[in-house]
Design a binder for this molecule. Structure first.
Ligand SMILES: *Cc1c(COP(=O)(O)O)cnc(C)c1O
Length: 808
């Protein structure tokens, strides 16, 4: 790898200059934040030099460009990642130590932008890293929210949401490009005029805003490719600053245009609940789609002229879920209304350029908009969608008995709504799910009518993770050990991790694997002590469930296990529990009452268990507030049990299951999402699998024979006890009982089958933890999981997208 700095001295001299130019002070006299800002700006500048070389290379080679449209990019901190990818991490750390500083401290100054909710946004970020590593000309296109997802605080056990002011100290990685701003029109009405035999449409009377891009460099491992992530911010078109209003004391009124425009990119909406139907959300979706499409067409025109028919040869547009579903209609609009192409030609170009990833089969999560809202905000786009829908129906073979039902299921406009998933499918040449079982369910149920009509467009791309961030960077002790025995080729090619299987019988190596896990547990214990004022025992098992709170992810099942163990231990002091720390972390959407109650329950149980001297030498419950990429990188490496316990058939893929596996945790999970691939790779005997399978869940639901009361009545001693404890004050000390959870289980008949899977889950936990004292065999299984996890690198996933979808 060609390094941008050849020696510590060369780096140190440049760095000192940057610090001086930024703060006017010598390095020794600066604050940590100044040191961070100067270093990030310097690396960003170096990256832009490589970006220019990358651009030039792409142009000369005529490379196909891939535009990855995602309304979320959960990128995490970048500094450490870029130093690693540029091959200068050690050199920089040593140089800064020589200067009397500490790179770790400097790195912790970096804001962790919460521009995503969870898995979907993190996937997009991992893909950017892997595209750059694979040398793909790949560009992220997203939103620059002024406030990311809320910051979570815990008060009396409850989640409290606080605004996330991630920009307050500046963000040195981004560069604003006002010269690349795009005018975006909302509202107005469609007008038409004749030009020869063609009807030309346009929109008049729109209210316009400016989409202004901020570019963040994406540095690929190996330092050869630097791509970019372009995030759009909304601004007023021209300042209508009302001096009269201002002078009359109406300060807000004076700047109303600015406030209205900026509202569009003010906040990231939480998923799981509440964002549907919000006008601002629809504006966000159109803004980043329209601005991104405009940009890519300008680039294409500069390089290839007006040969629009060649667009699919040089451009791939990938839509991450349905939020960018307007890519198809917007591209149609420009090709027809501005470039003068007829419908059929434009449609052929669109459907050969656009592809779509589905992320969920939860029906309540499928995005829909009222036609009335949609057509008044985006009249021309609506008109095009209406025509897409009309042609879809017109071309439908109605001769089959199932035709009517099939048409109903696949139509874009139905029941007064615009159905974004159907729009995404119809505008695309490829539809993929994100794990094998998820792609199968899409074909068999969620999108089965499309699959019957166009089976060839459906495919699977099992998710992946950036193994450099979530293993090399997050777990330096273990990574060092791995490199010592198999070399560092695995950073480039994660499949090389499989070479570790040769060490599964090496007792002294396994002992060192255990020691590195212990170091990571100590590191997390320090963090927990700082953040939660809680002392946890690094000799106990670290049992970890960290992810968004959602009913189907069943954090409730996990905490009921803790309640059960607690109850049984109090009833019988001889009941043996392997000492364990139960670690939870994650946010609930602010409007998702049930999920927030589960958070409160976990904290209520923690309050009791952690303060009960009869048990607290063998169990502790720990809720780490404000889960985000930066603390995820501390938590995953310390985990020994990876809780992946969703109701079978509900978790599309999951990616924390992969991160935890790679870091040597054993999966305690259902046969759901990518857990199935984990079992395929590492062997069922090296994980702990329990619970109903997807077909069993379906059969049980279909039978109508599931009765929560029967299950509870058949086990009054354990389950009945827990059910009572939701409402009898046992865990009510912090902020009251948990009636709504009791109600969900007993009167809503336990939709997520928590009670049904309870016993097999607790049995699986007891059986797994009983093997913990055989440290050597535990470490062997941990190592085996790491060794077999290389397939989950997002480098592999991206190569599959490249070869089978983008043909780039
Ligand atoms: C990986 C990751 C997720 C996804 O977790 P799942 O368990 O797969 O839902 C969510 N949040 C963050 C911060 C992550 O790094």
């Amino acid at each position: 790898m060609d390094k941008i700095y050849q020696s510590k001295e060369e780096f140190a001299e440049q760095y000192r200059q940057h610090v001086r130019a930024l703060s006017g002070k010598e390095f020794e006299d600066t604050s940590d934040i100044d040191r961070f800002t100067a270093l990030a700006k310097m690396i960003a500048g170096d990256s832009r030099v490589i970006a220019a070389q990358t651009d030039e290379r792409n142009r000369v080679e005529g490379k196909k460009r891939v535009y990855y449209f995602s309304i979320e990019f959960l990128i995490g901190r970048l500094l450490d990642n870029y130093l690693l990818n540029l091959g200068i991490r050690d050199l920089v750390a040593e140089a800064i130590a020589d200067m009397g500083g500490d790179l770790d401290v400097i790195e912790r100054q970096e804001p962790d932008p919460a521009l995503g909710n969870g898995g979907l946004g993190r996937l997009a970020a991992c893909f950017l890293d892997s595209m750059a590593h694979e040398g793909i000309a790949g560009y992220g296109n997203g939103m620059r929210y002024r406030y990311g997802l809320f910051k979570q605080e815990i008060v009396d056990g409850r989640q409290v949401e606080v605004a996330d002011e991630w920009l307050s100290k500046g963000y040195p990685w981004e560069v604003k490009r006002p010269d690349k701003a795009v005018r975006i029109g909302f509202g107005g009405h469609v007008v038409s005029r004749q030009e020869g035999d063609r009807t030309i449409f346009s929109v008049e009377g729109t209210q316009d805003v400016l989409a202004v891009p901020y570019d963040i460099p994406i540095v690929g491992y190996g330092g050869k490719t630097v791509n970019k992530l372009r995030c759009w911010s909304a601004e007023p078109i021209d300042e209508h600053f009302d001096l009269d209003a201002f002078n009359a004391g109406d300060y807000t009124g004076a700047d109303r245009d600015r406030a209205n425009a900026e509202a569009i990119s003010a906040i990231l909406y939480p998923n799981d609940a509440g964002e549907h139907g919000r006008l601002l959300r629809l504006k966000q979706e159109y803004l980043f789609v329209a601005a991104g499409i405009r940009t890519l067409l300008d680039t294409f025109e500069r390089e290839h002229g007006k040969a629009w028919g060649e667009l699919p040869d040089y451009v791939a547009i990938h839509t991450n879920d349905t939020h960018p579903a307007m890519c198809g209609p917007e591209l149609m609009r420009i090709l027809m209304d501005e470039k003068g192409l007829p419908w059929d030609e434009a449609w052929d170009i669109v459907t050969r350029t656009v592809s779509y990833t589905n992320h969920t089969i939860l029906p309540e999560a499928l995005e829909k908009w009222p036609i009335s809202t949609f057509s008044s905000l985006l009249p021309r786009i609506y008109q095009i969608i209406d025509e897409i829908n009309r042609r879809w129906r017109e071309g439908f073979d109605m001769s089959q008995p199932e035709s009517a039902e099939r048409l109903r299921a696949t139509a874009v406009l139905w029941d007064g709504e615009v159905r974004m998933a159907n729009l995404s499918v119809i505008c695309s040449h490829s539809v993929n799910g994100v794990a094998k079982i998820h792609s199968d369910i899409l074909k068999a149920s969620t999108l089965k009518d499309f699959a019957a009509l166009r089976p060839e467009m459906f495919n699977n791309k099992t998710n992946g993770i950036c193994h450099r961030r979530f293993f090399a960077e997050a777990n330096p002790t273990y990574a060092k050990l791995v490199t010592e025995v198999i070399g560092d080729g695995w950073l480039d090619d994660a499949s090389e991790l499989e070479k570790l299987t040769a060490f599964e019988g090496d007792a002294s190596f396994l002992e060192r694997v255990g020691a590195s896990k212990r170091a990571n547990k100590l590191r997390l214990a320090e963090y927990v002590k700082r953040e939660c004022s809680l002392v946890i025992d690094p000799n106990s098992i670290f049992d970890v469930q960290v992810k968004r709170f959602h009913a189907y992810k069943r954090q409730l099942l996990n905490i009921m296990k803790v309640m059960d163990l607690y109850n049984r231990r109090l009833a019988d002091p001889n009941f043996k529990i392997q000492p364990t720390t139960f670690i939870f972390s994650g946010k609930a959407a602010s409007s998702y009452t049930f999920a927030k109650e589960v958070i409160r329950l976990i904290n209520g149980v923690a309050e009791v268990v952690n303060n009960d001297p009869r048990v607290n030498d063998i169990m502790k419950v720990c809720f780490i507030p404000n889960f985000r990429v930066s603390n995820a990188q501390l938590i995953y490496p310390a985990a020994e049990i990876s809780e992946q316990i969703s109701t079978a058939g509900k978790e599309a893929s999951g990616t924390s299951n992969m991160k935890l596996m790679m870091n040597g945790a054993i999966t305690l999970g259902t046969m759901d999402g990518a857990n199935i691939e984990i079992v395929d790779l590492a062997g069922r005997e090296n994980e702990a699998i329990f619970g109903l399978t997807t077909p069993e869940v379906e059969a049980l639901r279909a039978s109508g024979q599931y009765f929560a009361w029967d299950i509870v009545n058949s086990d009054r001693a354990r389950l009945g006890r827990i059910i009572d404890q939701f409402v009898d004050g046992t865990f009510a000390g912090l902020s009251g009982n948990f009636e709504s959870i009791h109600h969900e289980l007993m009167f809503n008949n336990d939709y997520d089958l928590v009670l049904k899977d309870f016993h097999s889950y607790v049995d699986a936990w007891e059986s797994l933890t009983s093997t913990y004292p055989d440290a050597q065999d535990w470490n062997r299984r941990a190592l085996h999981n790491t060794a077999m996890s290389g397939w989950f690198s997002s480098d592999r996933t991206i190569r599959e997208y490249r070869d089978e979808i983008w043909h780039a």
